[in-house]
Design a protein around this ligand. Structure first.
Ligand code: ADP
Length: 622
């Protein structure tokens, strides 16, 4: 198996540059993965860490099930192809391909067999006796590929292998590399800054920016469901159009106001049903529309905008119309329309462009994250609380003591993935789609519409759904009860302690060092494995001075005889489950409990299931 498992990988260069942050993904055997992003985003560094050419600052890397953090590049079962193919100029193509095998002292006949096979696969058999300088760029890159494939690696790593070639050759070589991938049946990881290359080659693509993974997805999903404005703008040519807008909903219609020029249009609310409900409150948003989702029309009745045309690009099969929503032709509302060329449009014209409301994208202006995701994060229910029960239409859901509220109107926020199949909420299933492996149902619960990710769905018209009540928030006139936090945080330091033990016949005192985490007065000795990870990530000196944070879930900690000193503040009773909310130093820690506790207690996190964060750099070390 040649799967590559990358767990929370970080790279901090000695000069402090955080080149890669929390890179986390599983690459399946035989996948073709592309890392793409603008120059300097960390894609080569990630690839070089996989190759073993760069040390890993934190995180774990395994290839074929073996952790290889400390394994030499030559022993990793990988082969790498670079942009500059670095062939030996004085050697023939044959010798270049055979070179690595000779170093490994393979028998002559075996070398010959491998070289001729590779040459055949790559179509360079007739060049085997030539020197690199007699060959074209494309042929030289084939030789470099040949040198890699004779090693029969588990994983092929390719770093911008085609960027030295001209556009036509690049397209041809892309197709050849894809064929090679099929033939070799191994895992390929390919780095490029060219989004077209990424889109045409990857089974999955990792889009990176400034050291962070933005989105990992299949090409079509990246195009249709970008998670933020960066991915939306980076993927696709011409670039997606972006406009600053404000949205106002009236019933089944949403008015879009383009704030830069004052233009307005309307789209059916059905097009924006998955949007965060807060976006209709008049906040400024980024609206994204791809060029092909605007079309020249004579009919201005539907969702449409007026465009002042500035110039036109005839591309043969299509026409790109450039213009502005501002009739002065100036201003920030520039727009590109992809037209089939059937409309006689010229510079200076004012045309009407129909907007495909079903393909709109919305992004928050501050975080630039999507507000119209493929799977909505949450939905809202307007309901009543009466006698400690939620009334949603005809449904009555008893509220547990942890959500005890006075009678009155309330707004309940329910995460889309907080629904269960066994419950009391009678729901009509309006529709159900497969959203990247998730069964996403639009449901009607007592007249309220929202989305639910269903654990399973067999075409039922109605379902009785449950809601994980510790994940909802309830807002009433008196305030908001927030969900139970998913993670606890405890500040700590990594320390060394000297232990004295009596040993041997004479009961001599022997000193030994133990390592662990210190939080307040509590000391937790840790395993060698954890200590090693801390030293690897922080270095010997920094390990003992860095401010660290332990992170663990309410299920990953228990009340114990010793540990973190805490004071129980209250018990949150959700019916089926109970949790203690405890004050522990500056932190509040939530603990799953079966028993009742009060006053001072001690908490013991489960160190087999914990994360450790270097707070200065916000790096997850473990
Ligand atoms: P990409 O391959 O996406 O162009 P790189 O992985 O080469 O990006 O670089 C990521 C970041 O790390 C950049 O800011 C780059 O300047 C920095 N970097 C790369 N190599 C080193 C190095 N040896 N020392 C310090 N910083 C480096």
């Amino acid at each position: 198996m040649s799967d590559v498992n990358i767990k929370h990988l970080y790279k901090v260069y000695p000069n402090g540059t955080k080149a890669v942050n929390d890179f986390d993904m599983q690459i399946a055997d035989k996948e073709f993965i592309v890392f793409v992003g603008p120059s300097g985003c960390g894609k080569s560094t990630t690839l070089r860490m996989i190759a073993g050419l760069e040390d890993i600052s934190a995180g774990e890397l395994s290839i074929g099930g073996l952790v290889v953090n400390d394994v030499e590049p030559k022993d990793r079962d990988i082969a790498m192809v670079f942009q500059n193919y670095a062939l030996y100029p004085h050697m023939t193509v044959y010798e270049n391909i055979a070179f690595g095998l000779r170093l490994r002292k393979l028998p002559k006949e075996e070398i010959h067999k491998k070289v001729t096979e590779a040459a055949e696969i790559l179509g360079i058999t007739e060049y085997l006796d030539k020197k690199p300088k007699e060959m074209s760029g494309g042929q030289r890159q084939r030789v470099a590929l040949g040198r890699a494939i004779v090693r029969e690696p588990k994983v092929m790593l390719l770093d911008e292998p085609l960027s030295n070639l001209d556009a036509k050759l690049r397209t041809q070589m892309r197709a050849e590399i894809l064929k090679l991938h099929k033939k070799l049946n191994t895992t390929f990881i390919y780095v490029t800054h060219d989004q077209v290359e990424a889109m045409t080659m990857g089974t999955r693509i990792v889009v990176m920016k400034e050291g962070y993974v933005q989105q990992t997805d299949a090409p079509k999903n990246l195009y249709d469901y970008p998670v933020n404005k960066f991915v939306a703008g980076f993927i696709g040519t011409p670039q997606m159009n972006f406009f600053k807008v404000k949205l106002t909903r009236s019933g089944e219609e949403v008015e879009i106001l383009f704030t830069g020029c004052g233009a307005k249009t309307k789209v059916p609310y059905a097009c924006l049903r998955k949007a965060d409900p807060d976006v209709f409150g008049g906040i400024e948003m980024w609206l994204g529309i791809r060029a092909e989702d605007l079309s020249v029309t004579e009919d201005g009745d539907g969702a449409a905008v007026k465009v002042k045309v500035s110039h036109i690009e005839e591309l043969g099969s299509e026409t790109l119309i450039y213009g502005n929503l501002d009739m002065s032709g100036e201003g920030p509302e520039g727009v590109i329309i992809r037209d089939d060329g059937s409309h006689p449009v010229k510079a200076g014209d004012v045309i009407t462009a129909a907007v495909n409301g079903r393909k709109l994208h919305l992004f928050y202006t501050d975080t630039e994250r999507t507000a119209l995701p493929r799977i909505p994060l949450f939905g809202r229910l307007h309901c009543k609380i009466q006698n400690c029960a939620l009334h949603i239409g005809q449904n009555v859901l008893p509220l547990p003591p942890a959500l005890d509220c006075s009678d009155g109107e309330c707004l309940v926020t329910v995460p889309t993935d907080a629904f269960t199949r066994d419950g009391e909420l009678e729901c009509e299933i309006i529709s159900c789609e497969d959203a990247g492996g998730v069964k996403l149902a639009e449901i009607d619960a007592g007249g309220e519409r929202l989305y639910a990710a269903l654990p399973q769905y067999n075409g039922e018209k109605t379902l009785r759904l449950g809601i994980d009540l510790k994940r909802i928030s309830v807002s009433t006139g008196e305030g908001t009860i927030l969900p139970l936090p998913a993670v606890n945080r405890t500040d700590c330091k990594f320390v060394k302690r000297i232990q004295k033990t009596a040993s041997g016949k004479g009961k001599k005192t022997v000193k030994s060092a133990v390592f662990g985490f210190q939080s307040g007065d509590a000391f937790f000795e840790v395993s060698n494995e954890i200590s090693q990870k801390i030293f690897t990530a922080l270095g010997i000196k920094k390990a003992f001075t860095a401010k660290l944070r332990l992170e663990y879930t309410p299920y990953g900690v228990a009340v114990a005889r010793d540990g973190i000193a805490a004071t129980v503040q209250k018990t949150l009773d959700y019916g089926a489950e109970k949790f203690l909310a405890c004050e522990a130093g500056e932190n509040t820690v939530y603990v799953k409990t079966e028993e009742n506790y009060s006053g001072k207690i001690y908490l013991m996190p489960d160190f087999g299931n914990i994360s450790v964060v270097d707070t200065e750099r916000e790096i997850k070390i473990i």
